[in-house]
Write a protein that binds this ligand. Structure first.
Ligand code: FE2
Length: 411
């Protein structure tokens, strides 16, 4: 199968993409639009891009909102309390069923690479064991990275360190953390040292829920970045959320940025989740409760967007569509300027792939896997303006999803 009449980001003209089974065999410029031969896919002068990436979601918690109780305050901390109640009811099959349903939602929207955090503050590690099975059973749909995520803390939870080590031994790909939730500042710092040691020893990647609070005194990002810098692990390390940075004063932040750049760590922002959960202790003026997305990007650091939740105790909405998150994020982060719109898809494709450390498993290059999307618009700007979507998702050269757009009749 080949794709004809494709537009590629950052390049003029139309392209022919030849596939050789599950690999991209050639990408060549077309002198003009052509009629697609039988069996080929016609991109119709629209963008062809590598698959969308979901760099931050909690597949073990999705589709549980209201079970057994709703988060009435809308705060992160009530979300953690409500989840602790739901967690008592988690079974192996329950986790797998909800995760599979959610993965189908992601696939329907062109996502083929997913990093999920899985709560390991559970002596039975039931959700982690279930997700390891889901990772194998959905390989034809997505590449799944599992983060050992200590929702109730590493130091503040009974046997927290041992549970993290067990989760890695059972197959977690990434070591997580939640230093701002630990009972004390000292515990937050020691949790970061512990999780970085664990990752260094086992070769795991790192993705820490870091400073997910409006408290401007929550400053664990500097600890994580310094640990990454000293160990030379920065490109393998991600700081998720870092929303306290939205409340740091500029003098501290300018010093912090020097360290962040030297550390080479990645950032994930979840704009819909953060605009919903943060700012809850403010009256007016009310903070947006997001990290400094545009400033991190302008400084040449790597940042991407994630969904975080779909219908769980922290966020009641969501349908798997990462383009919805991108549009909201661009609005919330003051990124609707002309140049930001020209390259907005970076935030859900290339930047996210770098965060997940996908390397040569990702991208439209000869020899790489034939994983790609045909979109409904010719460039990034029009994808946002028209609220576009993925029309076709191809994985290993096979059609995974094909969308028939709605049509409108006038008069
Ligand atoms: Fe999260």
């Amino acid at each position: 199968m080949n794709i004809v009449n494709a537009r590629l980001r950052g390049r003029e003209g139309l392209f022919h993409i030849a596939l050789d089974g599950s690999r991209i065999a050639a990408i060549s410029a077309q002198p003009a639009a052509v009629i697609a031969p039988e069996g080929d896919l016609d991109a119709a002068s629209n963008l062809v891009v590598p698959p969308f990436v979901e760099p931050h979601i909690h597949l073990d918690a999705t589709l549980t909102a209201g079970e057994p109780a709703w988060n009435m305050s809308g705060t992160l901390f009530e979300g953690i309390e409500r989840w602790a109640e739901r967690k008592a009811l988690v079974t192996h099959e329950d986790t797998k069923t909800r995760a599979r349903k959610t993965i189908d939602m992601l696939v329907d929207h062109g996502i083929q690479h997913v990093r999920t955090h899985v709560d390991v503050t559970d002596p039975s590690l039931a959700a982690l064991k279930a997700m390891v099975e889901v990772r194998e059973e959905t390989r034809h749909l997505i590449d799944l990275q599992i983060v050992a995520f200590p929702q109730e803390g590493i130091e503040s939870y009974a046997n927290g360190r041992a549970l993290m080590e067990q989760a890695v031994a059972l197959g977690a790909d990434v070591v997580g953390g939640i230093p701002h939730f630990e009972n004390t500042r000292d515990q937050g710092v020691s949790s970061i040292k512990f999780l970085m040691d664990l990752a260094e020893r086992t070769g795991c990647l790192v993705d820490v829920h870091c400073d997910e609070t409006d408290d401007p005194q929550s400053r664990f990002l500097e600890v994580l970045a310094e640990e990454a810098r000293v160990r030379g692990m920065g490109e393998r390390v991600t700081a998720s959320h870092t929303v306290a940075m939205g409340s740091y004063d500029n003098a501290y932040c300018s010093k912090l940025f020097r360290l962040l750049k030297m550390s080479k760590i990645n950032f994930v922002s979840c704009p819909t989740e953060s605009i919903h959960l943060q700012g809850r202790f403010d009256s007016y003026p009310k903070r947006r409760g997001l990290t400094r997305v545009a400033e991190i990007d302008r400084a040449g650091m790597n940042i991407c967007f994630g969904q975080d939740s779909i219908v769980d105790p922290w966020y009641p909405l969501g349908n798997g569509n990462i383009l919805r998150i991108l549009e909201a994020g661009l609005h919330i982060c003051h990124m609707l300027g002309y140049s930001d719109l020209q390259r907005s898809l970076d935030l859900i494709t290339d930047n996210s792939a770098r965060t997940l450390h996908l390397g040569e498993r990702y991208g439209l290059e000869v020899g790489r896997p034939a994983n790609l999307l045909i979109l409904s618009a010719p460039d990034d700007y029009e994808m946002i303006r028209t609220q576009g979507y993925a029309l076709v998702s191809l994985r290993n050269g096979e059609v995974l999803m094909r969308r028939t757009p709605a049509s409108v009749q006038r008069g």
